[in-house]
Write a protein of this length. Structure first.
Length: 150
């Protein structure tokens, strides 16, 4: 179903106007589906993003400031989320030996298991399974170009 039918709007001022509304509408639908999957695991999208970042850092761990730089939602409070995830026993914080002001963050075994479970389920990746590889690549390139123009 096209956007006009979905939101019951007859026309847009321009294709660019339609693009903005389409991106927002699609993002909200995607966010809702992902949030449902994550809610079953007891984490929010922002918390999952932090877990994903820490997982990607590997055995070396990552600092809170590096997490903040890599977050998808720049408005999120990385320090507060790291503290919450530590309370949930999904992350472990360790002070740097040389510079006590620096804190390194690691996944706990429980955190590793959660990230692995979410990745193995492939539930999030499956949301785009109806899009062919070539089309996904084209859309990624278009979105990269669009974001670069902002």
């Amino acid at each position: 179903m096209d956007l006009e039918q979905e939101i019951k709007q007859k026309a847009f001022r321009s294709e660019q106007s339609k693009l903005i509304v389409n991106l927002i509408y699609t993002y909200n639908q995607l966010k809702s589906r992902i949030a449902t999957v994550l809610k079953d695991e007891g984490v929010t999208m922002q918390q999952y993003n932090v877990l994903r970042i820490v997982n990607g850092a590997g055995d070396e761990g990552i600092t809170t400031s590096e997490i903040r730089e890599r977050m998808l939602d720049k408005m999120s409070d990385a320090s507060r989320m790291v503290d919450r995830l530590e309370t949930m026993e999904l992350l472990l914080k360790q002070r740097d030996r040389d510079d006590r002001r620096v804190v390194h963050v690691f996944l706990t075994e429980r955190g590793q298991a959660l990230v692995k479970r979410l990745m193995e389920q492939e539930t999030i990746d499956q949301l785009a399974s109806g899009v062919k590889e070539e089309s996904a690549q084209q859309l990624n390139e278009l979105l990269d170009a669009f974001r670069a123009s902002l």
